[in-house]
Design a protein around this ligand. Structure first.
Ligand code: GLU
Length: 511
């Protein structure tokens, strides 16, 4: 098969188990399936692997879908977009289909009923351990007589169904990411379960039946599934089917522990919803994840979705672990914030505030500004180029909206000549007082500051330093005239007075 044929009628699938919310590892699988489908003009299928009903969480499926949509990953077929040829797309609705194939394998004798009890299995493992053997099922029910089976069934035991593995047999495949991979049937833990004693098929069995019946051409999934693949190939062979192409994506690693990212890693956000909540942009997260386990030719790292789709090349999937680099993510997010329009950023910030899922969002919900949107717009304009996350901007919004309640370190004013500083602050204060009489006039604070400079003969650092400290609490601040625009005249006067009073009080004390 040449490469081009191999990519005709591509059908891939993302197959989450709704046992939790969309984790960054799930998102990575979903994203590469999506890039693969879109690059080759194929079909992306969403299949819900919900056979383990005990582990399913409420709203797990909804959360997966909502977060995929937020990431900009869409699908062509799924529970909500069924193609009658392949539906249903939830494994819990396909149990009859699986039973049919289990029956077929039982009839052919490739699979068999296993009545081993839990206690017997444990004893088997203990004996094997004592002999230094790797745990494996010893095949004790393979080829057993009908009488034995009937006797076990009559005693009330419910059998599981196992697939018989031929001995000394090699299962191998050419993995798109990992290259040639092979397993020996003697080292696969023995004949394995394809249907549990409660009648539910195992993951390995259901996935094979579904991938085959749904005409999946390429299976892209996390490399934690590599050990499942020989078992799945054994099922394909038993059913007389050809297996799809496999691509095992490098898992995401924590750079500090140099281990697989675990749900217990506190220093990395785990769920896509948390990235959203913390003010990451979906385009940035998409771009960032695309570089976890893959890279395009060249050094560039900022790519839009469309560019990534165009450049995606499965042959460049990486073999080695994908290290999660927080600094790189923050840098990327800052780039995306810088590229975005202010209006769009304000929309996103407003959404975060309305959702109220972080402390800062909750705080901002309590603001009672007449024109909150305009206020956020102005703050965003000032801080767009230096913010890593939307929450950074939100913290500034909170600071400026509540500036009179903030602790300002006015002690920094002592670094300057008191006379000059008082002169700047008083001159500005006088000008603002005059403005209060004509509050509707449009004011250009930049011009006003220039006038203060002209009247006092004070400029540069000696002029701006006191203003920065008075209005922001910091020595350096971006465009102080724009920050003044955020305040009412009475707030400006109050802040100037605070500084003036501080200096006058300290002069009483120390003169
Ligand atoms: N439901 C499996 C998982 O979430 C899917 C694995 C596969 O893609 O085959 O890991």
């Amino acid at each position: 098969m040449n490469n081009e044929d191999n990519h005709k009628n591509v059908r891939v699938r993302y197959a989450p188990s709704p046992t939790g919310f969309l984790h960054i590892g799930n998102a990575q699988s979903a994203l590469f399936n999506y890039l693969f489908a879109r690059h080759f003009n194929g079909t992306m299928v969403l299949r819900i692997e919900d056979t383990d009903s005990k582990r399913n969480v409420p709203h797990g499926e909804e959360s997966q879908k909502d977060n995929l949509k937020w990431l900009g990953i869409d699908w062509d077929e799924g529970p909500d977009k069924p193609n009658p040829k392949y539906a249903p797309y939830r494994q819990s609705e396909r149990t009859e289909i699986y039973s049919k194939y289990i029956e077929k394998l039982l009839k052919e004798g490739v699979a068999y009923k296993d009545y081993t009890t839990e206690d017997e299995l444990e004893e088997m493992r203990n004996v094997q351990k004592a002999h230094g053997e790797a745990p494996h099922y010893d095949g004790r029910w393979y080829g057993r007589s009908v009488e034995d089976q009937e006797k076990a069934a009559a005693s009330g035991l419910a059998p599981s169904v196992r697939l018989h593995l031929p001995p000394h047999y090699t299962y191998s495949w050419n993995d798109i990411a990992k290259g040639h991979v092979s397993f020996d049937s003697d080292n696969m833990g023995g004949d394995f379960i394809i249907q549990k004693s409660n009648g539910i098929p195992t993951y390995n069995f259901a996935v094979v039946v579904d991938d085959h019946l749904m005409d999946i051409t390429h299976v892209l999934r996390g490399d934690d599934h590599i050990a499942n693949t020989p078992k799945q190939i054994a099922i394909y062979e038993a059913l007389g089917w050809t297996h799809p192409n496999f691509c095992h994506i490098s898992l995401i690693y924590n750079p500090k522990t140099r281990k697989k990212l675990s749900k217990r890693d506190k220093d990395t956000l785990q769920f896509i919803s948390e990235y959203k909540r913390q003010g990451y942009l979906s385009d940035a997260i998409f771009n960032f994840i695309a570089f976890l386990g893959w890279s395009p030719v060249g050094e560039d790292e900022i790519f839009s979705r469309d560019e990534l789709i165009k450049r995606y090349d499965p042959n460049r999937m990486s073999k080695s672990p994908a290290y999660f680099n927080q600094d790189k993510l923050d840098w990327m997010n800052a780039e995306y914030i810088r590229k975005d329009t202010i209006d769009d950023l304000v929309d996103k910030i407003t959404e975060l505030i309305n959702e109220g899922e972080t402390e800062i969002a909750k705080k901002l919900q309590k603001l009672s500004l007449t024109n909150l949107r305009e206020f956020i717009y102005q703050v965003t304009k000032i801080y767009q180029n230096e913010s890593y996350k939307l929450t950074d901007i939100m913290k500034h919004v909170d600071f400026y909206a509540n500036v009179c309640d903030q602790h300002m370190d006015l002690g920094k004013l002592d670094k300057l000549s008191k006379g000059d500083t008082l002169s700047v602050l008083n001159t500005l204060s006088d000008k603002i007082k005059k403005l209060k009489d004509s509050p509707d006039d449009e004011v250009d604070f930049k011009k006003m500051i220039d006038m203060v400079s002209a009247e006092t003969g004070i400029s540069g650092r000696k002029l701006y330093f006191p203003l920065n400290i008075s209005f922001t609490g910091n020595q350096s601040a971006p465009q102080i005239n724009e920050i003044m625009n955020l305040y009412s005249y009475s707030t400006i006067l109050k802040l100037l007075n605070n500084s003036i009073n501080y200096l006058q009080d300290s002069s009483v004390q120390y003169s």
